[in-house]
Design a protein. Structure first.
Length: 169
């Protein structure tokens, strides 16, 4: 097993880590903080680097977990829906509400057009929040098959949505 170097093996991953964090948090400054925290955490675990199968996978996992934790923490700071806060006016204009409703209808239609297995996996994973293992158990598949089907379903929805969204441009 070769020696892992922070400068040569881990530091070049910062762009990948940033893109992952940005995709999850949708906030550039937050993504930069997550990359920095990831680098610190990975550095603090330098005694365990030799035991890792893939240092890249480990770094991406740390960044992903930090990004999810931070985005959930941000969501937790949102207003709770109580009788007092229900009277707060919605920030969306009527035309923006209509646009979001239409976008949601398109996504639902695209999900319904998927093959049954992919549709079920999307439902269980993205809507109900089930783990890959739970989905695999329910559908009697391997976790890898679940991940592949989920990826393909998401890619198909994205491709079809972009075709619809950019039609006529």
């Amino acid at each position: 097993m070769r020696k892992i170097s922070f400068r040569n093996d881990i530091l070049p991953l910062k762009d990948k880590l940033y893109r992952l964090a940005l995709r999850i948090t949708l906030d550039s400054a937050e993504a930069e903080d997550i990359v920095q925290d990831t680098m610190i955490r990975v550095w603090n675990k330098r005694d365990e680097w030799e035991e890792l199968d893939s240092v890249e996978a480990y770094c991406l996992t740390v960044a992903r977990n930090l990004a999810i934790d931070r985005s959930q923490k941000g969501e937790a700071q949102n207003l709770e829906l109580t009788p007092e806060t229900q009277d707060v006016p919605d920030a969306l204009t009527p035309d923006r509400k209509f646009e979001q409703t239409e976008q949601l209808k398109i996504v639902h239609r695209l999900i319904n057009e998927l093959p049954e297995k992919q549709r079920t996996i999307i439902q269980l994973r993205d809507i109900e929040g089930k783990s890959y293992k739970e989905i695999a158990d329910v559908l009697q598949l391997t976790e890898e098959q679940v991940k592949v089907n989920l990826f393909r379903a998401r890619q198909r929805i994205k491709m079809k949505y972009n075709e619809i969204d950019t039609y006529g441009l």
